[in-house]
Ligand binder design. Sequence first.
Ligand SMILES: [Zn+2]
Ligand SMILES: [Zn+2]
Length: 240
Amino acid sequence: MPGGLSRLPVVVMHLQGVVLDALLPPRCASCGAAGARWCAACQAAAPRLHPPLCPRCGNPMRIRTGECNACRAHPPAFEQAAAWGAYGGTLQTAIQHYKFRRDFGLAEVFAARMAEAVQARGWQVDAAVPVPLGSERLKARGYNQAALLARPLAAALDCRYDGRSLARPRETRPQVGLSIAERRSNVAGVFAVRQPMPAGQRLLLVDDVMTTGATLDAAAQALRAAGAGAVYAIALARAV
Ligand SMILES: [Zn+2]
Ligand SMILES: [Zn+2]
């Protein structure tokens, strides 16, 4: 059963977590309280994105006017993009703990929240695809934080995990500090699909933090060009 096999690493990761938690009880990534990787109080206190949001890219808007100006000027290749929370407060401290302290057990906790956000929107997807890193950055960092989220997210959504099809053959400079237009040109054409994909798939792009959605748009363009029927995009947090 291919579905069961593809879920094996998630099961192994989960069991590793269970064993480690028994030996060394986890502490909350945000407040340090013993008992959970990210405690219920800190999850409840995480800043969320408040409507009105652009129905296409999920960006907060001042007034509800349909799609935002950026989406109207440059319609993204994804159907919809969304983030579970806003990058700040307890969500920011938890993400920093995840990335810099390499507390990868948090991925399962984050993925559960992202799964709720996907299900709340009624997106039906066949596979979860992490936004890839360039090979140099992957080598320097040693892991892809989006892939670590996408695996348990695929398990929670009962869809396939596809961490192989989408690649990033070209390195780009970081998007931090760039305007929307600069972000768009910085990531234009950097993604490539490296193996034939079944036509018409509904794919879920997965990233940890999104800002304008330019990276997700570029990745979605590559997937659509390779035959994807629809691309949705979910991030744990949105920098606003
Ligand atoms: Zn806490
Ligand atoms: Zn928009």
